[in-house]
Design a protein around this ligand. Structure first.
Ligand SMILES: Cc1cc2nc3c(=O)[nH]c(=O)nc-3n(C[C@H](O)[C@H](O)[C@H](O)COP(=O)(O)OP(=O)(O)OC[C@H]3O[C@@H](n4cnc5c(N)ncnc54)[C@H](O)[C@@H]3O)c2cc1C
Length: 485
């Protein structure tokens, strides 16, 4: 039997969870995630959450200005105004929910500095802020009687039906269910796994963007991808451990293969220039030096301070054989964040009425062409709360009359051929990494379009591999189309 909900939310990261807890308790809500609850980009966030809250030396005009400068003034200014002026509301809500931001000795909140910020305004929980926030949000959502949480449940397809949406999901045991809802919120996160090297979690395969695209929703600026300059470079693993911007905020130097500082050649803000500037500088310097060996060095600082300030980074690097307090650590840029996405209005509604998108899969316009550090958790909270408020403002209409659409999971059909994801990732790494290569992108688009057509038209079992491969190929195709326009 088809289950009916008022709202279905795909995604249990910061955006999905915060939407769930802001929806009225009279609404029957289902929230799902495709793997375990902790596997999401939100849990990985290290640096913190930006916002002007009880900050006498700071001001929302400064936060606005920094956001616009980092975004190359390509931001939607109305969305930026909402972001910076509503930050205090959501940061104070997090504190109410028990999020334990670090404090100074006098009891005031410690705010750190990150690239592109003119003031210390990043609230943080040591260097594992995302895990602290998502754990507290999840604990609250788990107490809500109106919200059903299903993990290891992958959304395989969504169709617009009369008066709502029909969602098709695969459970961990390989069985399928169909659910209907009046409203649908896509909070499926980023696209890191479309690239060969990324800081993102395995969940970041762009599924929500692919579903929205298939439904005909407007997708905007998907080629606005941020490459973080300082991922730990062990030159092999796909998921690259991030060395937070906050390490540069605390004074770390970037060194080239000769172990010399070089940022002065590229930008007067040196190591604290915005991410895109630093990533470009590294790639340029790599060409000039003929070597892609780069290092981050903060070993001149007090070692007890570093261990206390960056416990998780310190631990992870020690596991990799590097002691941050004693030596430079190898780093290189890799895919980190998506500024573009499913286009939404100020209520996070997409171009399809009743379909909402929030968090990293959405394009609100706040980031322009380059996100200011620590603005994304904030965006996820502010705009998912707005989605919930918009749904709450609608006249109530029971979902009981909704009729599920047909979905065919092609049971008995073969699984997809191996190698689709790897081929796509290699294309993206070659054609759209830090400085896009139009010729490689044009070649890549031909291949990716072939893969897209094969998956769309072929007779394959709709299992997890199929959904992920199809999302990755769809996202790559949209990006390369943008690049080659
Ligand atoms: C290493 C790292 C460090 C970062 N540091 C910071 C920071 O310090 N400050 C900051 O502001 N931002 C930071 N970011 C960015 C920020 O964490 C993310 O942009 C933000 O948390 C995204 O939240 P989200 O809820 O949109 O997505 P996510 O948290 O990624 O959640 C996505 C959810 O969608 C689910 N999902 C996906 N596809 C499906 C499907 N088909 N079916 C069902 N469920 C699905 C996943 O299972 C997951 O639950 C960092 C990111 C990374 C990777």
């Amino acid at each position: 039997m088809t289950k009916k909900y008022d709202v279905i939310i795909a995604g249990c990261g910061a955006a999905g969870l915060y939407a769930a807890l802001n929806l009225p308790e009279e609404l029957n809500v289902l929230i799902i995630c495709k793997r375990e609850l902790s596997l999401c980009n939100s849990s990985l966030a290290q640096g913190g959450i930006a916002g002007v809250y009880n900050s006498p030396d700071d001001n929302i005009r400064f936060h606005r200005n920094d956001t616009l400068i980092a975004g190359g003034f390509k931001n939607d200014t109305e969305a930026v105004d909402i972001l910076v002026s509503e930050a205090a509301q959501d940061i104070s809500r997090l504190i109410e929910l028990g999020v334990d931001f670090d404090k100074n000795e006098d009891g005031s909140y410690h705010r750190t500095l990150e690239g592109g910020h003119s003031h210390h305004r990043i609230f943080h929980h040591a260097d594992s802020t995302g895990r602290e926030i998502t754990e507290k949000l999840l604990a609250k959502v788990q107490t809500l009687k109106n919200v059903t949480i299903m993990e290891n449940t992958i959304l395989c397809g969504v169709k617009k039906i009369s008066g709502g949406f029909s969602s098709f999901m695969r459970l961990a045991d390989g069985s399928y269910i169909t659910c209907c809802s009046r409203y649908m919120i896509l909070a499926t996160g980023g696209i890191g796994r479309v690239y060969k090297f990324t800081t993102n979690s395995a969940a970041a395969t762009g599924d929500g963007i692919a579903f929205a695209y298939e439904m005909g929703a407007k997708i905007k600026h998907l080629d606005w991808v941020q490459f973080h300059p300082t991922a730990f470079n062990n030159k092999s693993t796909r998921e690259c451990f991030l060395i937070s911007e906050a390490v540069r905020g605390e004074g770390a130097y970037l060194l080239n293969c000769k172990k010399e500082r070089f940022m002065h050649k590229y930008d007067s803000r040196l190591e604290l220039a915005p991410r895109d500037v630093v990533s470009h500088a590294i790639v340029q310097e790599a060409k000039e030096q003929g070597s892609s060996d780069f290092y981050l060095d903060i070993s001149y600082k007090d070692s007890d301070f570093l261990k206390k300030r960056f416990p998780m980074i310190y631990r992870n690097l020690m596991e990799q054989g590097f002691d941050l307090t004693k030596e430079p650590v190898p780093v290189y840029p890799c895919q980190h964040y998506l500024m573009g996405g499913i286009n939404v209005d100020k209520n996070s509604e997409t171009s399809i009425p009743g379909l909402y998108a929030c968090g990293e899969c959405s394009h609100t316009g706040v980031h322009g062409s380059n996100r200011l550090a620590s603005n994304s958790l904030l965006e996820a909270l502010v705009f998912s709360r707005r989605a919930a408020a918009h749904i709450a403002s609608m006249e109530y209409s029971s979902p009981d009359d909704l009729t599920a659409a047909e979905f065919d999971p092609h049971i008995g059909s073969p699984v997809i051929p191996a190698g689709i994801r790897t081929a796509t990732r290699n294309i993206m790494q070659e054609s759209h990494f830090v400085i896009p290569d139009k010729e490689a992108a044009a070649r890549g688009l031909v291949k990716v379009t072939e893969l897209y057509n094969m998956l769309a038209e072929g007779d394959f079992l709709v299992d997890t591999d199929y959904v992920i491969a199809r999302s990755i190929v769809t996202v790559a195709k949209i990006i390369l189309e943008e690049v080659t326009k």
